[in-house]
Design a protein around this ligand. Structure first.
Ligand code: K1U
Ligand code: ZN
Length: 176
């Protein structure tokens, strides 16, 4: 029987669902979304990860969960229909990983600071802004909602190397 602790399978590249543009969450989706949120947190904490977007678990909705300090004081954040409303011209480069590309990491350059508008589970609007890991994670997760993956920011040489390495490791994993 599924409950709030149910772990959802995380889709792995090249699953075509990871390349879809997700649709906005509407009032009619809220029952499903309220079931999905605790399951997404349980899945993210178990992985472990600091963010998870709904398409990574096969739900093509504009929904993200994040917790930047999962091992310290929990600070779970739910972002429904998030949108970047401002960003800096200044760029920052940091290493990113992705639960849909297990064990693959690369330096990604993005705007250093972003401001994001989103709704909570009660439909109230909020804004969150930040730089550093928060900025990278917000952008990474919102990218997922648009079918964009961090490898898309790499040169084709680096991207192909990383994707070939992932395919090889996944094949080995399945053969075990
Ligand atoms: O969306 C995802 O696939 C989750 C991803 C988020 C992310 C990581 C780094 C930069 C931007 C976005 C991850 O959580 S990968 C795992 C990870 O970074 C991590 C896991 C445990 C502790 C600390 C970090
Ligand atoms: Zn990711």
């Amino acid at each position: 029987m599924a409950n709030e602790n149910t772990l959802l399978p995380i889709l792995i590249v090249p699953d075509p669902l990871l390349r879809k543009v997700c649709r906005p969450v509407t009032a009619e989706d809220m029952k499903r979304v309220k079931t999905l949120i605790p399951q997404m947190f349980a899945t993210m904490y178990k992985a472990p990860g600091i963010g998870l977007a709904a398409p990574q678990v096969g739900a093509l909705l504009r929904l993200v969960v994040m917790d930047l300090a999962p091992e310290k004081i929990p600070n779970p954040i739910v972002l429904i229909n998030p949108e970047i409303i401002a960003q800096s011209d200044e760029k920052a480069t940091r290493e990113e990983g992705c639960l849909s590309l297990p064990d693959q990491y690369a330096d990604v350059t993005r705007p250093a600071w972003v401001k994001v508008r989103y709704q909570d589970e009660d439909g109230h609007k909020h804004e969150i802004e930040g730089d550093g890991l928060l900025s990278a994670c917000l952008q990474h997760e919102i990218d997922h909602l648009n079918g964009v993956l961090f490898v898309d920011y790499l040169s084709s040489l680096k991207r192909n190397m990383l994707l070939r390495k992932l395919a090889k490791e996944q094949k080995e994993r399945k053969g075990r």
